[in-house]
Design a protein. Sequence first.
Length: 147
Amino acid sequence: MIFRTAARAFGLRGAYGLLYFVCLYYLAFDRAAYATTMAYVTRRFRDHGPLRRVWDVYQVLISQGRILIDRFALISGGASFQVDLAGGEALKKHLQDSDKGLILLTAHVGSWQVAMSSLERFDRTVHLLMRPEDNAAVRATLNIDQD
């Protein structure tokens, strides 16, 4: 809610600026978030010392926060993003030369809303298959299980 207000009042940069303070709070007081992120950072950056790992945890929190802010901005229509799709031109040509579609298999890649919006350039119907029970935000975004 606070980021939504900041984004509307001050734009994305304002929301990002607020994020640095919120992430400092999480770094200092949210032990569960800190512990799980530190476990990842310790495995990922084995050569980093203890202080550098704390900085890495802070950077992960900021990165995740930016993704959430970007999702809000994209869904609300408050911002536009430039998405570069590697191999996109070849894929577009292939789809133009065929009446068939394609199956796009991915693992968790973050902002699937951004990925879906980048597929609009192919001028084809896109069907999304995912397990909505894994994420309440997905259910809410897609209006699943709502009367």
